[in-house]
Ligand binder design. Structure first.
Ligand SMILES: [Zn+2]
Length: 465
């Protein structure tokens, strides 16, 4: 049975255009093959920002501009991981973004999958050693995604001297990911392939203490990046804004085709078809392509800070990080009032997606969430995925992304934004700070929030000493 669709004729134009063209794959090919990783501080990042702004202007968007973001960038140098005893051997590795230059000798402590309870139990043993832990997202006894940042943070809190992140997928090499929260990290962090992590694990099991040396020449320095912003101005209530966004920077070892560029081109494609078929809209739809997400959500954080006075006017921020690499559901960050509306839209659009309530800290919705803005994302259920797969490795390449998934994400985002811009009675408004804190203090989020507050305080203290 079909539900009456008041936007049927616009929907048909949007879906028809998106599914009969190749624009998002063409744009993705340029972003990945011409500009490379687009990592913060590279020439490819600057060219990508210019290209995106050019495309949005060409598609007829208004007020297309770049907003500068000052930040601390990181440049990869040489790195060496040597086993000193009981054998001598060099192991291939990469440093993690914002790792400091290092010359460190210490014993490894094998923390396996890095369960928070194990960090508590073995705290006394960790001090002065190099923590080795893997990328398994649900260590034994946990239901939350225990992120790399949390495992690194727990290593810091227990006085570790260094950090080795072992990828848990065979054949994908090391997995990268930032450890600095936007500035030089206090202790060095490196990643090794699963096979090399398993070797180190066996060596420790068989021989007892394993001492290693990590030397690296990475550098951090002040730099400038860009958020690219473009509008479809509203006709009746131009001050009220619906936002779609995704970062465009990838990790330096990768094309970042799935994460994030598949989502970035879906945002751009949604902009193209909304400008062509849905304008003028009653309210403004704003498109944001964020810089430097991968090293601390720096672009979106800067936007939330710079535009603090306008945040009350944002009806919803829809995050699309990596959204064009898979089929998605619509997740909202603890806004039950939006559930029936989104479910009704799914029916009227005759588009099958689940609507879920979720919250995680590791993409560009989070600075908006913290500021109380209604947020959500086009996401697959991360907890069911088992982890990032080839994401954050050198194998996140263009050949993995399918045009079908780019089209699905683009059309879904455009049709949702169309409805958000038209809906007369919007059921949610910006939260007070205390309400946000109460959500973070609810039983399912408490452990993660308490721990992040502690780590943030320690990082602050270390940066001043
Ligand atoms: Zn991403």
């Amino acid at each position: 049975m079909t539900t009456k669709n008041p936007f049927l004729s616009v929907d048909q134009k949007i879906v028809g255009d998106v599914f009969t063209g190749t624009e998002p794959m063409d744009n993705l090919t340029i972003l990945c093959d011409d500009f490379g990783s687009r990592f913060g501080g590279t020439g490819g990042e600057r060219l990508a920002a210019e290209f995106i702004a050019g495309r949005l202007a060409e598609y007829g968007l208004s007020n297309v501009h770049r907003e500068e973001v000052d930040y601390i960038s990181w440049t990869r140098g040489e790195v060496k991981l040597e086993i000193l005893s009981p054998i001598q051997k060099e192991i291939p590795c990469i440093t993690l973004p914002h790792s400091p230059p290092a010359d460190l000798e210490a014993a490894i402590i094998d923390m396996d999958d890095g369960a928070p309870s194990e960090f508590d139990r073995r705290a006394a043993e960790i001090e002065g050693k190099i923590v080795m832990t893997n990328s398994i997202i649900h260590p034994s006894g946990t239901k939350r995604w225990i992120h790399r940042g949390e495992k690194y943070g727990r290593s810091l809190l227990t006085g570790a001297a260094g950090f080795i992140f072992v990828n848990h997928y065979p054949g994908y090499g090391p997995a990268t990911g930032s450890i600095g929260a936007g500035r030089q990290a206090p202790i060095p962090g490196i990643s090794v392939a699963k096979e090399d992590g398993d070797f180190l694990h066996r060596l420790i099991q068989r021989k007892g203490e394993v001492r290693i040396r990590i030397t690296s020449t990475d550098q951090c320095q002040p730099n400038t990046s860009w958020n690219i912003i473009a509008d479809l101005p509203g006709q009746e209530h131009p001050e009220q804004v619906v936002m779609l966004g995704c970062h465009y920077d990838g990790h330096d070892i990768s094309q970042g085709a799935g994460d994030p560029a598949s989502g970035a081109v879906a945002v751009i494609e949604a902009a193209r078809v909304l400008a062509k078929y849905a304008a003028p809209l009653p309210r403004t739809v704003r498109f944001a392509l964020w810089g430097i997400e991968e090293i601390g959500l720096l672009g979106s954080k800067a936007y939330v800070k710079t535009h603090a006075d306008d945040l009350d006017q944002i009806r919803f921020y829809l995050n699309m990080d990596g959204a064009g690499a898979k089929l998605n559901d619509v997740m909202v960050n603890q806004w039950p009032e939006l559930q029936p509306l989104l479910e009704r839209w799914g029916k009227e659009m005759a588009h099958e997606f689940a609507v879920g309530q979720s919250l995680h800290t590791f993409s560009d919705h989070f600075p908006f969430f913290m500021a109380g803005v209604p947020t959500g994302g086009l996401e697959a259920d991360l907890n069911k995925s088992g982890g990032r797969g080839y994401g954050h490795t050198r194998y996140d390449t263009l050949d993995k992304v399918q045009l079908f998934h780019l089209r699905e994400a683009s059309a879904l985002a455009a049709r949702l934004a169309l409805r958000m811009a038209h809906e007369e009675k919007w059921p949610v408004a910006r939260r007070e700070e205390q309400t946000v804190l109460d959500i973070l203090d609810s039983p399912e989020h408490r452990e993660a929030s308490e721990f992040s507050a502690k780590v943030a305080a320690l990082r602050e203290k270390l940066s001043q000493s």
